[in-house]
Design a protein around this ligand. Structure first.
Ligand SMILES: Cc1ncc(COP(=O)(O)O)c(C=O)c1O
Length: 354
């Protein structure tokens, strides 16, 4: 097959490239040595994100994985446990970091689309398990939920969870890599989400379009401790203001536009459901992620990804029968139309079925 004339890359919202204006902001950033706490652009970003989320302090980290792992480290000692749903990024996609670096044990519950049902973690957690079992110290909730398909966690469910975990002495960490998407999709204030958690990690490098960067927010004491662990893990950066400036630019210019990604994802899902309703329920597409159940149409996910790639649409297999497509800053209406046409052709032409 010849190379497709147009390639739309929907594998992830991490694929965005900094815009020209963002690059200018980076070039103009005032910088200092952030390990000494002397980078004014980093300091301002940390303060700004903490304010947005209603927390006392923030810490800039090179990745969402590190920001999450710092959060875990703060709340759970070696030999104790974190619990999260079975598709959570912290358990499934951070390479066992909690176990490798922090000696943290984990258990999980199965959540349809990653949607939080507070009864599930509450049934699983065992805060004071005594001398024979592992004690639960932390619940992690992912909002929006990546492998769940961009699922938004309803605020009232987080409130309900928090009401039960806090008196039990179990901390709550929100993996808010895409909390911006939840905020834009629902209109819920970022601080309202933030208040339900002891610590929150947010990413600037997903749909917001910054090349690098996440922020962990929490109490002043927690962030001071996380600063030590960040350095210990090798995540202390020097003139990081160049990166923080990209993050600040993204926060000031790219949050509200996430609604465009959500609308395009929904348009794609609507079109797919019209072609084959077993592929996706478009009413469940709340944000920028679409998961297609290609197994229902007889495809192996890996074959589907390869065939779609031949037609110029790149996507990611999330399981044996499911594929994920993610909308972001570098995907416009014309790209979305191309994806609709190419994937429609793929699922309707029997000759292409394996
Ligand atoms: C929900 C979630 N949390 C954390 C991360 C980790 O971010 P990073 O790739 O910056 O380590 C990701 C990455 O895609 C994610 O989707």
């Amino acid at each position: 097959m010849t190379a497709p004339a147009r390639v739309v890359d929907l594998r992830s919202d991490t694929l965005t490239r900094p815009t020209a204006a963002m690059r200018q902001a980076m070039a103009a950033a005032e910088v200092g040595d952030d390990v000494y706490g002397e980078d004014p652009t980093v300091n301002a970003l940390e303060e700004h994100v903490a304010d947005l989320l209603g927390h006392e302090a923030g810490l800039f980290a090179p990745s969402g994985s590190l920001a999450n792992q710092l959060g875990l480290r703060l709340h759970v000692r070696p030999g104790e446990e974190v619990i999260a749903d079975s598709l959570a990024h912290v358990l499934r996609a951070e390479m066992g970091a909690a176990a490798v670096f922090s000696g943290i044990s984990s258990r999980s519950w199965v959540a349809e689309r990653g949607l939080l049902d507070p009864a599930q973690p509450l049934a699983l957690m065992q805060p004071d398990a005594g001398a024979y079992q592992v004690s639960t110290r932390l619940v992690v909730v992912e909002n929006t939920h990546n492998f769940g398909g961009g699922t938004v966690q309803p605020l009232e469910r987080l409130v309900e969870l928090r009401r039960a975990t806090q008196p039990a002495g179990v901390a709550l960490h929100v993996d808010g890599a895409r909390l911006w998407n939840a905020h834009v999709a629902t209109g819920t204030a970022l601080a309202a989400y933030g208040q339900q958690a002891d610590t929150v990690s947010v990413c600037l490098s997903k749909g917001l379009g910054a090349p690098v960067g996440s922020v962990l927010v929490g109490s002043r004491a927690h962030v001071a401790e996380a600063r030590v662990w960040r350095k210990r893990y090798g995540g202390g950066m020097r003139q990081a203001g160049i990166l923080a400036a990209a993050g600040r630019w993204a926060l000031d210019h790219h949050v509200e536009r996430l609604a465009e990604d959500h609308a395009r994802a929904r348009r794609f899902a609507d079109a797919m459901a019209e072609v084959d309703p077993t592929l996706v329920d478009p009413t469940l597409v709340e944000t920028n992620i679409v998961i297609l159940d290609v197994g229902a149409a007889g495809w192996a996910a890996s074959d589907f990804v390869a065939a779609a790639g031949d037609r110029g649409v790149r996507m990611y297999a999330t399981g044996a029968r499911s594929v994920r497509l993610v909308w972001h800053l570098d995907v416009d209406d014309a790209d979305t139309s191309h994806a609709v046409d190419a994937v429609t052709a793929l699922v309707t032409e029997a000759a292409h079925r394996p």
